[in-house]
Design a protein around this ligand. Structure first.
Ligand code: VG1
Ligand code: CO
Length: 543
C-alpha cells in the first residue's frame, strides 16, 4: 500500500488554543480540514516515521471517522505503532497515562472537552508530547506555522481498521494495537489510592452519585466505582458515552450538571456527588448540601494529601493557574510547600511536574491532577476525595468547614460572558490594559486598587516566557479581579471575569459566595465597564 499524496492549500485559523484546535464539528468535517491539521501536526513534530503514538477520543460525533483518518495518516507517515483505545475511546488522562506507560512519542486526543458535541456542536484535536502532557507552546507554534505553509498531505488508501476488537492488526507497515481504554488507567488508580479503605466506606453504606454526563468517563467510573469499589449499582448515572452527550453540555459545574446539583441539595441526597466533562479530565465535587468550588477542592486536596500514603510520602510543591483562587497558597504556606502560579491551561504544569517541582496542581475550571499523568484527571480527583473521606470519616460539609476554619475562606466565582462580539471583547481588554498603571490607589465601589498588571509567566524550568496571560487587579479587603479571554470557544469571544475575596472572620465563613463577593463584583464592573461594552446585563454562566 502506497501513501497517496494529496495537494492542498493552507486553511486559515488552524491555531491551537488553550487546549488544542477547537472548531465547529462541521468545520472539521469540511474537505481537507482534519487532514491538513494532522499533516501540519506531523510536520510540526518532525514527522512520525518509526514513532509510537497513542490515539483516542471522547466519543463525540465524528470521533470514529476522525480516528480512521488519523490512523491512515499515521501509517502514511511511517509510524511504527499506534495504540488506540477500543472504538477510538480514551479519556484524556487515560491517553496521557498510555503515552507514558508505553514510552510513546506522543498522542492524538480527539476532543473538544467540555464543549457540546454533535453535528452542530464542537470538535477538537489535541497533540500530546512524550511526557503525556499537552504540547507546550514551542510545539504548538511549530504546528501552527506548518498549517500556514501546507501544500500536501499523505494518507493511505485503505479500508477502516476494526477498532472494535482488542489486539493487533496492521495498516500498511504500521501496527495498530487496540487496547481496553480503562484497564491500564484503573491499575494506576489502584496504585495511588487505598482501594480497601474506599471499599470499606461503600460497604458501610456510603452513597455516591457520579454523573458521567453521557461522556467518556462513564465506563471508567462504572468499572472503578461500581464494579471494583462496590458502590451501589446505579451510582454512576448517564454512564453511556453518546456522540451528542445526550444533547447535554458536558461541563461539570452547577449550571450544566444541574440535575446532580438538585439531587445533592435535595432531601434524600447521597453522601457524595461528582461529575466529569466530555473527555474526563475535569471534575466537580459536591457534598450533601454543599458544592465545593474547584479552587477549594484543590486546596482541600493539598491539605489532606497527608492522609493518602502515596502522596504523604513525597509531597513536593503545588501549582495553580493564575486565575485559580489563592486558597491553595494558604495551604502551601502552612505546610511550607512551594506554590507556583502558571498561565491558564494544563500545558504549563508539565515542566514543573517533570522537574519534580510540583506534585499537585489545579485550575479553577474544575481541573485537578498530580504527577501521576500530565493532564488533569477527573476521576482521580473523585478517588482522592473518597480516600480522604474514608480515612477521616467526615462529611464533605464538615471537611470544608474545618478547612475554612483553619485556613480562612477564599470566596470565589467566575462570571462568563459567552459569544460576545470578538472586537468588543478585545477592545475591553485592550483598553483596560492601557489603564492598568493608573489604577493603583483609585477607589471603585468602595474598594481601593492595590496592584494591577498583566500576567506573564517565566517558566522556572526551561526559562521560556509566556506573555499576555490575563489582567489581574488586587484590591483592599483581600479582593482580586482577573479578566481574560477564553482560548477554547468556537463562537465570538468569551470574556471570563474571575472574582475572589479572602475572609478570615470565623463568623463569616458560611455566606453565599455571590453576596460575599458583591463588593468585588461591583468594583470589577466599575473598573472595566463590562455591561456597557459587552451589551449584556448579566453573565451567561456563573460558576
Ligand atoms: C478553559 C479553562 C482552562 C482549561 C481549558 C481546557 O480554557 O479556563 O482552565 O485548562 O479550558 O480545559 P479557556 O481558555 O477557555 O479559559 V478542557 O477540560 O476544555 O481541555
Ligand atoms: Co476536558
Amino acid at each position: 500500500m502506497k501513501p497517496k499524496k494529496v495537494a492542498t492549500t493552507p486553511i486559515d485559523g488552524q491555531k491551537p488554543g488553550t487546549s488544542g484546535l477547537r472548531k465547529k464539528t462541521r468545520t472539521f468535517m469540511e474537505p481537507h480540514y482534519l487532514e491538513n491539521y494532522i499533516q501540519a501536526t506531523w510536520n510540526g513534530i518532525g514527522g512520525v516515521e518509526g514513532k509510537t503514538l497513542v490515539l483516542g477520543g471522547d466519543g463525540r460525533h465524528f470521533n470514529d471517522r476522525a480516528a480512521q483518518v488519523v490512523l491512515r495518516m499515521a501509517a502514511a507517515g511511517g509510524a511504527e505503532r499506534v495504540i488506540v483505545g477500543r472504538n477510538a475511546l480514551l479519556s484524556t488522562p487515560a491517553a496521557s497515562h498510555l503515552i507514558r506507560k508505553n514510552k510513546a512519542s506522543g498522542g492524538i486526543i480527539l476532543s473538544a472537552s467540555h464543549n457540546p458535541g454533535g453535528p452542530d456542536g464542537d470538535f477538537g484535536v489535541k497533540y500530546n508530547v512524550a511526557n503525556g502532557g499537552p504540547a507546550p507552546e514551542n510545539v504548538t507554534r511549530k504546528i501552527f506555522k506548518a498549517t500556514q505553509e501546507l501544500k500536501k498531505y499523505f494518507i493511505l488508501d485503505a479500508q477502516d481498521v476494526d477498532l472494535d476488537t482488542l489486539g493487533e492488526t496492521t495498516l500498511g507497515k504500521t501496527v495498530v494495537e487496540v487496547v481496553d481504554p480503562t484497564a491500564d488507567y484503573q491499575e494506576l488508580m489502584a496504585e495511588l489510592f487505598d482501594f480497601d479503605a474506599i471499599k470499606a466506606l461503600f460497604a458501610e453504606g456510603f452513597r455516591i452519585r457520579f454523573d458521567a454526563m453521557h461522556a467518556v468517563t462513564g465506563p471508567y467510573a462504572k468499572a472503578i466505582l461500581e464494579d471494583t469499589l462496590g458502590a451501589a449499582p446505579g451510582s454512576v448515572v448517564n454512564a453511556t458515552p453518546l456522540p451528542d452527550f445526550g444533547e447535554g453540555h458536558p461541563d461539570p459545574n452547577p449550571i450544566w450538571a444541574k440535575e446532580l446539583m438538585d439531587v445533592m441539595m435535595g432531601e434524600d441526597a447521597p453522601d457524595f456527588g461528582a461529575a466529569s466533562d466530555g473527555d474526563g479530565d475535569r471534575n466537580m465535587i459536591v457534598g450533601r448540601g454543599i458544592y465545593v468550588t474547584p479552587s477549594d477542592s484543590l486546596a482541600a486536596i493539598a491539605a489532606n494529601a497527608k492522609h493518602i500514603p502515596s502522596y504523604a510520602k513525597e509531597m513536593r510543591g503545588v501549582a495553580r493557574s493564575m486565575p485559580t483562587s489563592r486558597a491553595l497558597d494558604r495551604v502551601a504556606e502552612a505546610l511550607e510547600l512551594d506554590c507556583y502560579e502558571t498561565p491558564t491551561g494544563w500545558k504549563f504544569f508539565g515542566n514543573l511536574l517533570d522537574a519534580g517541582a510540583a506534585t499537585l496542581c489545579g485550575e479553577e475550571s474544575a481541573g485537578t491532577g498530580s504527577d501521576h499523568v500530565r493532564e488533569k484527571d477527573g476521576l482521580w480527583a473523585v478517588l482522592f476525595w473518597l480516600n480522604v473521606l474514608a480515612v477521616r470519616k467526615i462529611s464533605v460539609a464538615d471537611l470544608m468547614a474545618d478547612h475554612w476554619k483553619t485556613y480562612g475562606r477564599n470566596y470565589y466565582s467566575r462570571h462568563d460572558y459567552e459569544a460576545v462580539d470578538a472586537e468588543a471583547a478585545q477592545k475591553l481588554v485592550d483598553d483596560l490594559r492601557d489603564r492598568l498603571d493608573s489604577l493603583p490607589g483609585q477607589d471603585f465601589a468602595g474598594l481601593t486598587v492595590e496592584t494591577a498588571d498583566e500576567f506573564a509567566y517565566d517558566d522556572p524550568v526551561d526559562g521560556s516566557r509566556s506573555e499576555g496571560q490575563g489582567l489581574r487587579i488586587t484590591t483592599s479587603q483581600g479582593g482580586r479581579i482577573v479578566l481574560r479571554l477564553s482560548g477554547t470557544g468556537t463562537e465570538g469571544a468569551t470574556l471570563r471575569v474571575y472574582l475572589e475575596r479572602v475572609e478570615t472572620d470565623p463568623e463569616r465563613l458560611h455566606d453565599d459566595p455571590q453576596e460575599a463577593l458583591a463588593s468585588v463584583i461591583a468594583a470589577a464592573e466599575a473598573i472595566a465597564g463590562i455591561k456597557d461594552r459587552t451589551g449584556r446585563d448579566a453573565p451567561d454562566v456563573i460558576t
